[in-house]
Design a protein around this ligand. Structure first.
Ligand code: FA5
Length: 342
């Protein structure tokens, strides 16, 4: 038996010395250490060995088995390392100092519109404010003259946190904070993300952007409101846009208006984006309700003001001809990287 073991070991040593790729290791393993391999065949032959030699013969075969397996593992490692080195060596050398092509990112269409609006309003003396996306009931509703159980709340169902706070449904939620922070007179815009629990379609998302603006001073009237809205729209679109103003109800304005623009996707003919009406509700606005001024610590006998809540996501859709609002939150870079600031 000893001779047979030595013969197989030599055969194995010769074979392993001749292989040059890691793929051949598996063949060798099957040939020698597999279930029907040469080492296993020695085990089968063990039954023919006289009893007094069996123990020693079995030990020798086991040693051979251990040797074969260990050698295979080491050889595989050695070959894999050599193959990796050869692969690295064969690659073109890397020169850090060479100029490389840079892929330039692009701004999201809403960022582009937001920046443009901020420029327009800053040039008209408005400050730009930021505000939290998580607010409390007082900020989002109570301070805006929307007490608990007011039907206006039904239109703005939202996502509530366990601690009673909520994701703001409208940028109007910052009005109270801004009034308290700056007092009167004040001109401010405050863009922000809003959340509503509603089903989505071509012009409705559950997460969208608005840009709120307030102007409070002595003798502010509806004429001031209309002037600022018209200036803003003509600057954003760089052309005359057909708009219509109709009465609208908001508990925090008196009077309130809906400012619609003619749909720029279909030029007013009617399409899914404007729900076939030819018009798109874009910028509700109105004169700030005296109760809201009072909540903000401003005397309504002395000051008046206007407020507007521009649908910034819809404005981006109209400016860039985006037919479906859902593209904007899609993360689809093919679609979103097409828009450039002009
Ligand atoms: C408001 O949110 C009022 N806070 C606006 C306001 C401010 C009125 C100040 C008066 C004074 P409304 O729910 O209509 O109003 O939303 C305002 C605009 O946000 C809409 O005209 C629309 O352009 C946009 N908007 C509303 N809901 C969605 C939605 N689900 N998806 C996309 N845009 C929306």
């Amino acid at each position: 038996m000893n001779e047979k073991v030595l013969a197989i070991r030599k055969q194995f040593d010769d074979r392993i010395a001749s292989i040059s790729s890691s793929k051949e290791i598996e063949e060798l393993r099957i040939e020698f250490a597999g279930k029907k391999g040469l080492v296993s065949s020695l085990m089968t032959e063990l039954k023919n060995v006289p009893n007094e030699q069996k123990r020693e013969a079995g030990q020798t075969i086991n040693e051979l088995k251990g040797y074969v397996e260990e050698t295979l593992v080491n050889k595989l490692k050695e070959l894999e390392e050599a193959e990796l080195k050869a692969k690295i060596d064969s690659q073109e050398s890397y020169d850090e100092s060479m100029p490389r092509e840079k892929k330039q990112g692009s701004y999201h269409p809403i960022t582009l519109v937001q920046r443009q609006l901020e420029d327009i309003f800053s040039s008209m003396g408005f400050i730009v404010e930021d505000y939290s996306e998580v607010v409390n009931d007082y900020q989002c509703f109570e301070s805006l003259n929307i007490p608990k159980h007011h039907p206006a709340r039904d239109m703005q169902d939202t996502y509530y946190l366990e601690n009673g706070q909520l994701l703001k449904t409208q940028t109007s939620a910052a009005q109270n904070y801004i009034m308290k922070k700056y007092g009167a007179p004040v001109r401010a815009i405050f863009p922000g993300r809003c959340f509503r629990n509603e089903s989505t379609d071509a012009s409705h998302e559950n997460t969208f952007f608005q840009m709120e603006g307030i102007m409070i001073d002595k003798d502010i009237s509806i004429s001031n409101l209309i002037y600022f809205m018209k200036t803003m729209l003509s600057e954003v679109f760089e052309k005359d846009i057909n708009v219509r103003l109709r009465p609208g109800f908001f508990p925090f304005t008196e009077p309130g208006f809906e400012l619609d623009i003619q749909c720029l996707i279909c030029d007013g003919d009617g399409c899914p984006t404007c729900k076939n009406s030819g018009w798109l509700e874009l910028c509700p606005c109105g004169m700030i309700h005296p109760n809201v001024l009072r909540h903000g610590g401003i005397d309504p006998e002395e000051y008046t003001g206007f407020a507007f809540g521009l649908g910034m996501t819809r404005l981006a859709m109209m400016k860039y001809g985006i037919k479906d609002i859902r593209v904007l939150n899609s993360g689809n870079l093919n679609a979103l990287s097409q828009f450039k600031n002009d």
